[in-house]
Design a protein around this ligand. Sequence first.
Ligand SMILES: C[S@@+](CC[C@H](N)C(=O)[O-])C[C@H]1O[C@@H](n2cnc3c(N)ncnc32)[C@H](O)[C@@H]1O
Length: 326
Amino acid sequence: MGVISRTYYHLPQALARFLHCRLGIQCGHYDYRKAAHLEDYLREQFRRYTTSNLVGITPDDFEAQIQSKLGTVDASIEGYSQEGLDHQRDLSIKFHWGHNHDFGTFSLAGRMGDHHIRLVRDFCSMFPVTVDDFRDRDVLDIGVWTGGTSLVLAGLGSRVVAVEEVRKYADMVTFLSKSFGISDRLCAVPKSLYTCQGEEFYERFDIIYFPGVLYHLSDPVVALRNLYNACRVGGMILLQSQGIRHRKPYCQFEGSYVYKRGQKSDLSRGGWNWFLPSASAICRMLTEAGFTDISARYFGKTIFAFARKTSRVDVCRAGLSVRDIQ
Ligand SMILES: C[S@@+](CC[C@H](N)C(=O)[O-])C[C@H]1O[C@@H](n2cnc3c(N)ncnc32)[C@H](O)[C@@H]1O
């Protein structure tokens, strides 16, 4: 039944994409032919992250290290107290793999599927950005899970700082970066994006890569202001978010009691979303943070946005939770 309903609902969209690719139709803001080529290219780039390219570790030890983490339950490493555990996110307590990855000698299915590949494809197919724009650039990748997106960006020639608030995942990104000999291009930081402030972050990045995180945040305006501060003048932000379809700048509040697929007994529930914004709300938040040249679009079930930092401007401080933010 699930398969039938999935096919029923997704077939028209999949069919439209297939026809667009085959016929080379550029549909509105999305260039489907370019997207198909780009996806092939990105998949090819990602193939470098296989056990045949490991540095300083054997394929067996590499696999054993990863397997030893999968499914482990560790709340203390995240600083959660035993009494408060019921309030914490399943995916932060138990180690779940993030993005699909074929390591050559073994492969892992991630909860985000091929998001890491498809996102770059989609950003480059609907906004004025190309894969070449990532070459030799400083990129701040926010909320990276086990690092699929960060590996893709490093593969495109970026110097990536990967920020992840869940320590067990950030540690895995460090392990992957070391194992593939790219520590000079991919550095994982186990902290929340709210704490990405000060000298080492201020105007240090050309691209702020921010998919899949905005709706997880309790304070999206402060978060965006932090990212604005981290962005160089002349830089850009690429944002993708779950959201609501509405013409007006509305946000739907969910909070930490709304769960999606998965089971509590298995610590596999999704959810833990704070605010689901409309595209128009995202545009307004980006404006408040200081960004300009903003565009936001619905694509599939989510919202994609692009904006630039064209100058340094102040933020409205009335009611701001971090009043002395830069
Ligand atoms: C849905 S995943 C998105 C992964 C990846 N960016 C993608 O789009 O495929 C969200 C990730 O953001 C992390 N995250 C949520 N809030 C965060 C915060 N305040 N600071 C840093 N990471 C955060 C979560 O732990 C999780 O790994």
